[in-house]
Write a protein that binds this ligand. Sequence first.
Ligand SMILES: NC(=O)c1ccc[n+]([C@@H]2O[C@H](COP(=O)([O-])OP(=O)(O)OC[C@H]3O[C@@H](n4cnc5c(N)ncnc54)[C@H](O)[C@@H]3O)[C@@H](O)[C@H]2O)c1
Ligand SMILES: N[C@H](C(=O)O)[C@H](O)COP(=O)(O)O
Length: 336
Amino acid sequence: MSARPLALTLGDPAGVGPEIIVKAWRALSQDGPPFLVVGDAQALTSAPAAAGVPIRTVGRAEQALSLFRQALPVLDLPLTTDVVAGQPSGAHAPQIIRWIETAVGLALVGAVGGVVTAPIAKAPLYEAGFKFPGHTEFLAELTAPANQPGARGPIMMLTARDLRVALVTIHEPLARVPGLITIERVVNAGLVTAQALRRDFGIARPRLAVAGLNPHAGESGGLGREEIETIEPAVRALRDLGVDAQGPYPADSLFHQDARARYDAVLCQYHDQALIPVKMLDFWGGVNVTLGLPVVRTSPDHGTGFDIAGRGHARPDSLIAAIRLADSIAAHRLAA
Ligand SMILES: NC(=O)c1ccc[n+]([C@@H]2O[C@H](COP(=O)([O-])OP(=O)(O)OC[C@H]3O[C@@H](n4cnc5c(N)ncnc54)[C@H](O)[C@@H]3O)[C@@H](O)[C@H]2O)c1
Ligand SMILES: N[C@H](C(=O)O)[C@H](O)COP(=O)(O)O
């Protein structure tokens, strides 16, 4: 366990975030990684599972270490408008963004060991003028001035059980994806992923399988030429750089149980190619990790769950897995 707490952002206060945070504290308060919440204390107090959970405000992140076993620590940056569970509102956007900025700022100065983000809904943030597709790209912007050892992300990785997937393109409309797959992007995603598998996951000789874009990985050019013109040269370039990369392989046969034993991560070309197998394999245990940034960041694989917010049956499993993984990555970085 790291000697510093983690910072956990509240996410969209109208979603399941407050409820699963309170439940995660219940599950982890005795022997789990300590964390403080960066968000609105009242939203936590009002969460369906909050009865009996002591919630205490703190002024400094380090106070969370001694407090965490007795109470849920919160750096209270209150909302200015009322929250209705299940109803997202652009009015919350400035504070949602501020919580993320604050948590990342704490990580950049070393006051916390990493950041775990509860889910945000993108649409109300876009309506309020948020210019980033999601946390991943926003965190890259916030951490841009800080030094990053090795290749720079952000690269989105999702993990579930024995599967890790890393993405060449992230939040992009499908129609734009082929044009965005360049040799440079594939090589950078492969390098960031291989370096993170060593540095953050402790895998000494990581093996990467690279997925094709087209059906049957292009069928020798008959079903698309991206494999021949872009992905194969990128795989060769990765090998020249010392990365154990193989492929491109047809994506449909890359994710079954026997195939998963042959690699440590799959480099996928686009969002759903990567996230469908993860969420199908283990929706409750899946974790989203941002690779190649100066700060540690994880998140649950699920979203804001507006359809069930406020009802009391949201599951905290994925958030708990995200907290444990952030703690493990922070410990690996500290030991390096
Ligand atoms: N980490 C993140 O910030 C993150 C991740 C994924 C999606 N999102 C955002 O979330 C919003 C909603 O996305 P969506 O509807 O596609 O996916 P979702 O994950 O919010 O919901 C999909 C289904 O899973 C259920 N679900 C989600 N979390 C649950 C939990 N903890 N316990 C029990 N059931 C749960 C929901 O009720 C719903 O039926 C979108 O705006 C998206 O951008 C954010
Ligand atoms: N792409 C993620 C998913 O579908 O699970 C999710 O939108 C989170 O993205 P950020 O971590 O960049 O917010």
